[in-house]
Write a protein that binds this ligand. Structure first.
Ligand code: OSB
Ligand code: MG
Length: 363
């Protein structure tokens, strides 16, 4: 695939309601979109780095800089075999997985379109059983002003059909949230996500949740920590899931080696793209470690690519791939059920309306 032109967009979309996590509230969601042009085709990718560096160190500003000054120039005018060749080409840039993953996604979309197959089928080429045609999904609910509103919001999503609910917690808003949720929904798979807000010394808070039969506890400790999670795990009954601290397939290997978790949330953005996410999938599947696909409030472009990943056989738990209408009044994509590549069509009028900055790079 010869990379002839890349268009970079900085878009900003208002969330229908603020999404509050332990690292702060979000009301306006910015991200970067990439359109990669090659031999008559256009592949789309989303770099989910957002306004502030709360989840990780990247922002839309750092991603724009890294993409426009380093990653895009390294690809333009070059012949690249396919998405799997991207990693070695871009390894001269240390870190910045969210910036890299937008390009990686666009190349997977391009490769799938070139071969006339869906991105799901393209990713699943090497598995004897192929890709799943339906995937289980759940919903992630931000911190609500009160326990009553937490339970009410859960009820709304339950009524919409969601059968796995994740609730965000933060210090002072944790055990009581789990208790209220469990009391209201005795049999529902419920999980809690702390987004790195606690320390190992807080183990008693999580032990107080031992009787709640939670599906899992996601990333209670440091965003770079694997070791203290391995020490927390034997102290609690709730299965422990890592999100923030798994940055690559090597990190998954370390986590398996020291028994740091029971489950991994695989966000293709956080690990630099779909190729690396699939490596983690293969390793964890062989080791019997359950997996699910995590989200970063993606638009329809990123959501379609999450679904493609979640269709691989090792993703057995419901992913954070709720419908985008719960975040956005109007989306920048229109779904095409089984088209080649991502299977979505860009709504160019709306894309233009939400674009803050756009630049085209040509060889
Ligand atoms: O920790 O999983 C997370 C959103 C932004 C940043 C981090 C996280 C989340 C979510 C939302 O939980 C999941 C979604 O995309 O619906
Ligand atoms: Mg998380």
């Amino acid at each position: 695939m010869k990379i002839e032109r890349i268009d970079l967009y900085h878009i900003s979309m208002r969330l229908v309601s603020p999404f509050i996590t332990s690292f702060g509230p979000q009301q306006q969601r910015d991200c970067l979109l990439l359109a990669v042009h090659s031999e008559g085709l256009t592949g789309w990718g989303e770099s989910v780095a957002t306004n502030d560096p709360g989840y990780c160190y990247e922002t839309t500003g750092t991603a724009w800089h890294i993409l426009s000054d380093f990653l895009i120039p390294a690809l333009l005018g070059h012949e690249i075999d396919g998405p799997e060749a991207l990693g070695p080409t871009l390894s001269f840039v240390r870190g910045h997985p969210l910036a890299k993953s937008g390009l990686d996604q666009a190349l997977w979309d391009l490769a799938a379109q070139r071969d006339g197959v869906s991105m799901s089928a393209k990713l699943a080429e090497s598995y004897a059983e192929g890709a799943k045609s339906r995937v289980p999904v759940g919903v992630s609910i931000g911190i609500q002003p009160s326990l009553g509103e937490t339970v009410e919001t859960m009820g709304d999503y339950y009524d919409q059909g969601y059968r796995r609910i994740k609730l965000k917690i933060r210090p002072g808003h944790d055990v009581a949230v789990g208790r209220a949720a469990r009391a209201a929904f005795p049999d529902l798979p419920i999980m809690l996500d702390a987004n790195s807000a606690y320390r190992l010394e807080d183990a008693p808070i999580f032990q107080a949740m031992d009787d709640l039969n939670l599906l899992m506890l996601e990333q209670p400790l440091g965003y770079e920590d694997i070791y203290d999670h391995s020490r927390l795990r034997p102290l609690i009954k709730t299965p422990l899931c890592l999100d923030e601290s798994i940055h690559s397939d090597d990190h998954a290997r370390y986590a398996l080696a020291i028994g740091a978790c029971d489950i991994i949330n695989v966000k293709p953005s956080r690990v630099g793209g779909w190729t690396e996410a699939r490596r983690i999938h293969d390793r964890c599947r062989a080791a019997g470690m359950p997996l699910w696909v995590g989200g970063m409030l993606e638009t329809g472009i990123g959501r379609a690519a999450q679904l493609a990943l979640a269709s691989l056989p090792g993703f057995t738990l419901p992913g954070d791939i709720s419908a985008t209408e719960r975040y956005y009044e109007r989306d920048i994509t229109i779904t095409v059920p089984s088209g080649p590549g991502l299977g979505v069509e860009i709504d160019h009028d709306y894309l233009a309306a939400v674009t803050l900055r756009r630049e085209s790079f040509t060889a």
